[in-house]
Design a protein around this ligand. Structure first.
Ligand code: PBG
Length: 326
């Protein structure tokens, strides 16, 4: 038997380029923005170095600058001035996200704007739906929440959002949103469904950034159990049936097996969310001098592509776009 030599094709940079299976480019990246009605100027998020809460005007400026650097899609999260028990600011025509969508579309008209459709930032109790709360006992009511989510999605579309991304994990929300969008004439507004969103401890820093931590209880009665892969596939199947345009898996790195299975099974545009805790871990190690930021970030993002992601939502999008051009 001749000795097999796989190293032959690794010998030169040019050879490695020729046989590389996966590539990462700016058009794979989605950059999340936090827009707040509670601030008068940009405010750093301490647990997420490099991430800031922004005013509407600042969000438009940043989105425009990001467009110039090669970012083609932003994902908006809103922090309203007032929270209540019906998330009334979530679907307000002049709510914070609706204002931000309009401002971004005005200053960077070609930017694809995706909006988070969830109620936790708008609810006094921080849950993703209408809740009945008795001490530590929390019951999040599914069906009454659907109407609010659908109204919120329609208000985002009316402001000019290209893609709405429901992250609440209520049953039936993709169908409810699709029906409401179509009834309002927004046939072309796409739905990126958080098909498999797990009840994860990796969301901690985000909840500080979005001011959306639940005041009592946790999200385990609506988000997926981290132990369950088949259940995640069943959730994804429902969203496909309900006519989601894209399927999202979240968190990212600890759930690459789910991402891979969702892509293989459904062959849909598939989105990975490199979440706040994953970003914070990298930043902390980099700050200690333990990891090389550029190398480790690009390797992480490439891993999502290899596992089947067509798009990657990451707080490191702008840095990555810069590094990809160097
Ligand atoms: C809102 C929402 C969360 C994230 C995205 N949308 C938090 C949560 O479910 O508690 C987390 C994103 C991140 O950690 O980067 N429901």
């Amino acid at each position: 038997m001749l000795l097999k030599r796989p190293r032959r094709l690794r010998a030169l940079p040019g050879l490695r380029d020729l046989v590389r299976e996966t590539s990462l480019s700016c058009s794979d990246l989605v950059w999340p923005l936090f827009v707040s009605e509670r601030i008068t100027r940009r405010t750093p998020v301490v647990s997420m170095p490099g991430v800031e809460q922004l005013t509407v005007a600042e969000a438009a400026q940043e989105a425009t600058a990001a467009w110039g650097e090669g970012i083609q899609c932003v994902l908006l999260f809103g922090i309203p001035a007032e929270k209540d028990e019906h998330a009334s600011q979530a679907c307000a025509p002049n709510g914070i996200v609706q204002q931000a969508v309009r401002a971004i579309k005005k200053s960077a008209p070609q930017m694809i704007v995706m909006t988070d459709v969830c109620l936790c930032e708008y609810m006094i109790h921080g849950h993703c739906g209408i809740a009945r709360i008795d001490g530590e006992r929390v019951e999040v009511l599914n069906d009454p929440t659907l109407e609010l989510l659908a109204k919120t999605a329609v208000s985002h579309a009316a402001a000019g959002a290209d893609i709405v991304a429901p992250s609440d994990m209520m049953d039936g929300r993709v169908a409810a949103i699709r029906r409401a969008l179509d009834a309002a004439g927004f046939h072309n507004t796409a739905i990126c469904s958080y098909a498999a969103k797990f009840a994860s401890a990796f969301y901690g820093p985000f909840r500080a950034a979005a001011e959306s931590a639940p005041q009592a209880g946790d999200r385990r009665s609506y988000q997926l159990d981290p132990a369950n892969a088949l259940e995640a596939l069943r959730e994804a199947a429902l969203d496909v049936e309900e006519s989601a345009d894209m399927l999202l898996v979240k968190p990212g790195l600890p759930y690459l097996d789910i991402l891979w299975r969702v892509k293989e099974r459904f062959e849909m545009p598939t989105v990975a969310y490199h979440v706040s805790g994953e970003y914070a871990m990298l930043k902390a190690a980099v700050a200690n001098g333990w990891l090389d930021e550029r190398a480790v970030t690009l390797e992480t993002l490439l891993a999502f592509k290899r596992a089947g992601a067509d798009l990657i939502i990451t707080y490191a999008a702008r840095d990555a776009a810069r590094w990809l051009k160097l």
